[in-house]
Design a protein around this ligand. Structure first.
Ligand code: ARG
Length: 569
């Protein structure tokens, strides 16, 4: 941000210290009449061995920002408060009119990300537990790409392992014509037969051996099962508006050919030990409750490979074959230790070097009204597709009374509102926290919801339609009223909000910003008549410009969260 650059320059000339503009610790102020607060004097004071207020004074004296800053004030132990000049704010806002990026720069340090998200298990219906990875991952996909990074999404389907023997045998028993309508029921039937019928269990085990040996017919049957499931996943992605496609599928089976090489490499490096017949790596620093070393099992005692081995091969593939710099895994918090151990072993093996960053993008659970993991009354996990259909149906009720909606548009609007509400509720809180799934709260027209943002956008578009003119870039902006000024300050903070959301993989930072911006717009809309006949022409033009830019910022922000904004609502 511009103010950061000015403060960094002042620190250089006034105190001879070099601080990157992004590290100047400048935050929007919550105090009335103050726009920004800078805390750098406190952290520099220790380093310089001078009192913080003295450092703050030197900063203010060296500040070259008369064109931008109207007032500075040193507060408390050494905070520097800034009030920006109205004319500076007005010019910056005017510059953004018609800018499709609303002032957000493209990064000058682009990286290449392998982004693992959604990653459901084949032959299981997608449930709420899969939703968070899908929704958060998709938002990160959009945010990173918009910031100028390269994103290679990959869907790590659970499509391999011992259950496939019984699933294939069950598929053969049930006849191969027709598609599987209920994947969960299919899985449970196979399981039940496996447990009750010894002959079936034996067939299933033989089938796993055939599958792993690459038997052609078995492979084809397996592919059918994967395709059936992928069709179901794609239906969920399409309804949710998720960017994943069939081309992004890199299931566990994809890495199967590499697993032997991985074990050989680890063994050559002297990293493996055989423990109870299994080939293991014991990465330093991981111990269990009794202080015993924890193994990452790379080959089981029966010769098979598991989840961990596959993740080693996955990191190896994306860094070696696809040259990614960053590996992100959007997976629930319970797998934290798994990923820490995988990253540790990958570093020991040289799959991850200091060129690479690997990060587990963890998240909490979706809870029911009782505060426990969300379940159906029968105690089962909640099917995602049904939940999403219910969201659309409930949204249709919410918009029922809106008369200005044409009948033909209603279905599309209900979808944007319903799906948007579910996604936004999933994104609006710190991802590490659990949240309670509440229809009333997520579909509320007030508060930090997508519905509130969508209404604000529709209101602005309606005003612009009534005005009958499009806002031209270069329109002069005037900030006479406090509510106009407050809105302008917010509109200029989109780059900082996106930056924070990208840097911390934290979509909720963007949500919070959008909510503040829509609230600032509400204040403006209530206090500053736009189309009233008493409004002078130049003020009307300026207010239309502020309104139009607000809509642009909100639409862009929602689009980065994967949420549509209907034209009318
Ligand atoms: N299929 C796994 C599950 O449902 C998630 C896979 C996450 N990605 C990975 N590379 N391990 O728990």
């Amino acid at each position: 941000m511009e103010l950061g650059a000015r403060v960094a320059a002042a620190l250089r000339t006034g105190l001879d210290v070099r601080v990157d503009p992004v590290d100047t610790l400048i935050r929007p102020s919550t105090r009335d009449g103050v726009d920004y607060q800078c805390n750098i004097a406190m952290s520099l004071a220790k380093k310089l061995g001078r009192p913080p207020r003295e450092v703050a004074t030197a900063l203010v004296e060296a500040l070259d920002a008369a064109d931008m800053v109207a007032e500075t004030e040193i507060a408390g132990p050494g905070f520097v408060n800034f009030v920006l000049r109205d004319d500076w704010l007005a010019e910056r806002v005017a510059e953004l009119l018609g800018d499709p990026r609303a002032g957000v720069p493209v990064t000058d340090a682009p990286r290449r990300f392998a982004l693992d998200y959604s990653s459901p298990n084949v032959a299981k219906t997608m449930h709420v537990g899969n939703m968070r990875s899908t929704v958060i991952g998709d938002a990160l996909h959009r945010l990173l790409a918009f910031a100028g990074h390269e994103v290679l999404p990959h869907n790590h389907l659970g499509d391999w392992g011992t259950p496939f023997g019984m699933l294939i045998e069950h598929m053969l028993d049930s006849g191969l014509d027709g598609s599987i309508t209920d994947l969960n029921a299919f899985y449970q039937q196979a399981r039940a037969k496996f447990d009750a019928d010894e002959a079936f269990a034996t067939r299933s085990r033989d089938r796993v051996v055939k599958l792993q040996a690459g038997d052609e017919q078995t492979r084809q049957l397996w592919q059918r099962l994967v395709d059936e499931s992928a069709r179901h996943f794609q239906a969920v992605y399409d309804l949710l508006g998720i960017r994943l496609t069939q081309a992004n599928i890199y299931g566990e089976s994809f890495y199967n050919p590499y697993l032997g090489e991985v074990v050989d490499e680890l063994t050559e490096l002297g990293l493996t030990e055989v423990s109870d017949g299994a080939v293991c790596v014991f990465p330093p620093g991981f111990t269990g409750r009794e202080g015993q070393r924890l193994p990452l099992i790379v080959r089981k005692s029966d010769g098979g490979y598991g989840y961990a081995a596959t993740d080693l091969a996955t990191a190896r593939y994306w860094t070696r074959e696809r040259d990614v710099t960053d590996l992100l895994y959007v997976v629930g918090s319970p797998q934290a230790q798994h990923f820490q151990m995988v990253f540790a072993v990958c570093t020991q093996a040289g799959y991850l070097t200091d060129k690479h960053r690997a990060e587990h993008i963890a998240f909490g659970s979706v809870l029911g009204a009782d505060g426990k993991m969300m379940r159906t009354r029968a105690g089962e996990s909640v099917a995602l597709i049904g939940l999403l259909e219910e969201a659309v149906a409930r949204a249709a009720k919410v918009i029922e009374e809106r008369s200005e909606l044409a009948e033909a548009d209603r279905a599309a609007v209900a979808r944007a509102v319903g799906i948007g509400a579910v996604k936004y509720a999933d994104l609006a809180g710190d991802r590490l926290k659990d949240y309670v799934f509440t229809w009333e709260k997520m579909l509320a027209k007030d508060g930090n919801t997508s519905v509130y943002l969508q209404y604000a956008i529709a209101r602005i578009r309606s005003v612009l339609r009534k005005a009958g003119e499009t806002v031209q870039p270069g329109t002069a902006v005037r900030l006479g009223e406090p509510a106009e000024r407050a809105l302008a300050v917010k509109l200029l903070q989109l780059p900082a909000a996106i930056d924070a959301a990208v840097a911390e993989y934290a979509p909720h930072k963007l949500c919070g910003y959008l909510f503040e911006t829509a609230s600032a717009f509400t204040g403006f809309y209530e206090n500053c008549p736009i189309l009233a006949s008493s409004t002078p022409d130049d003020v009307r033009g300026s207010r239309l410009a502020l309104a139009a830019l607000t809509a642009d910022v909100l639409v862009l922000g929602l689009s980065l969260l994967g949420i549509d904004a209907p034209e009318r609502l």
